[in-house]
Design a protein around this ligand. Structure first.
Ligand SMILES: *Cc1c(COP(=O)(O)O)cnc(C)c1O
Length: 385
């Protein structure tokens, strides 16, 4: 979820959005500290500033270990991670790839970059994720793969999807850009399919500024990912290019920040889980407010806590009254099948459409204090009363 030109850290933006009552509360805020600074300077001082170096290796290994897979392949961002993976899986023209409609546009764009066609699945109204039930009717003779998205950190119910996929001989990929550390049946999200991708954008659970990673247990696939990430150059023969690859590398500088963030990730996740509890307690008392639910046997990391208001009109009123008090919010993603590049005749995802119309992302992260939650609670209650 790129924030574009209105970075919450931009001073002019802050000044223009400051309320009388105090501080501006952005919807997300990176948590960078001394450790990030120290590792970054170490990388800088070493002179290894491009897309290879000790921090790249350490970050890849440590992240793969954290997730619980054999291989991690760092790359320039989370969008590229999906493209690199689908390209390594030879997804191409004529192929159909099933993706949720309710996700960030990168999920579908990566499919399009391959020349393949994204096919949009509806969401479950409770978990907000797509399910085997919404995927099954979309499978055709052209379907090659499914990209699942644990939306806002909420794990997808994978077992029925994997059973369905195996029956039809389909590849399954997790776009886990929002779900670092989430679990399903005691395993981490990112280990549940053929491979998975993560994003380290500035507003994600952990960040490298821009960045991403593909993780997999499949050694052959990992080799192919490394080959394509590095322009397609033969690892044993310099400037020999057996295939057309990409320059999709992540720098040693960014991986230094990433390693520091990873070493603090457990505390970031604890903060998000505690915040979700507090929001549910505070907002649960208000009539007409509902939340995303953990429906799969696992635990969400609650990357972006979101409220569901009674309808679009009340959602917009709540967003306006919070904005007037300096509290930034975001609407949920527009369902992709309603956006100009992906509007298709006859595509309907009624649950995704209803969620998108009434849902609102609330400020999530270490910067959201108890008094801020109280303020948000009172503002929402007043607006709806
Ligand atoms: C953030 C995000 C991405 C893209 O990541 P970038 O690092 O911004 O390219 C892809 N998919 C989902 C679901 C995301 O939230």
């Amino acid at each position: 979820m790129s924030s574009g030109s209105t970075s919450p850290l931009n001073k002019d933006y802050r000044d223009n959005h400051m309320s009388d009552s105090g501080q501006f509360i952005p919807v997300a805020d990176a948590n960078l500290g001394e450790r990030e600074r120290r590792y970054l300077l170490e990388a800088f001082d070493s002179g290894r500033i491009s897309g290879s170096g000790p921090f790249v290796d350490r970050f890849e290994t440590a992240f793969a270990n954290f997730i619980g897979v054999r291989h991690g392949v760092a790359c320039a961002n989370g969008t590229i991670a999906i493209h690199l993976l689908l390209a390594a899986m030879d997804i191409g023209p004529g192929d159909e790839v099933i993706v949720p409609s309710l996700t960030y546009i990168a999920t579908a764009n990566a499919v399009t970059y391959c020349g393949a066609t994204p096919v949009f699945a509806d969401s479950d109204p409770d978990s907000w994720n797509m399910s085997a039930t919404t995927i099954a009717p979309l499978i055709t003779s052209r379907t090659r793969a499914i990209v699942v998205v644990p939306l806002y950190g909420n794990p997808v119910d994978m077992d029925p999807i994997m059973t369905l996929a195996r029956k039809h001989n389909l590849l399954v990929v997790e776009d886990a850009a929002e779900a670092h550390g989430a679990t399903y049946k005691g395993k981490r999200v990112g280990t549940l399919a053929d491979a998975a991708t993560f994003s380290f954008y500035g507003n994600k659970l952990m960040t490298t500024g821009e960045g991403g990673m593909v993780v997999t247990d499949n050694s052959e696939l990992a080799e192919r990912l490394q080959l394509l990430r590095g322009q397609g150059m033969d690892p044993k023969r310099r400037y020999w290019f057996p295939v057309i690859g990409y320059n999709y590398r992540l720098t040693n500088l960014q991986c230094a920040i990433g390693l520091a963030q990873l070493e603090r990730l457990d505390t970031f996740i604890e903060t998000r889980k505690r915040l979700a509890q507090q929001y549910q307690t505070a907002l649960g008392e208000i009539d007409g407010v509902a939340f995303q639910r953990e429906r799969a046997p696992g635990e969400s990391v609650w990357w972006m806590f979101s409220a569901l208001l009674p309808d679009e009109e009340s959602r917009d009123r709540v967003a306006d009254s919070l904005a007037a008090e300096g509290v930034e919010t975001r609407p949920l993603f527009f369902p992709l099948h309603t956006l100009p590049p992906y509007q298709g005749d006859g595509v309907h995802c009624p649950n995704a459409e209803a969620l998108a119309a009434a849902g609102l992302n609330l400020p999530s992260g270490h910067h959201v204090s108890d008094p801020v939650i109280k303020r948000i609670q009172h503002l929402i209650a007043d607006t709806l009363s």
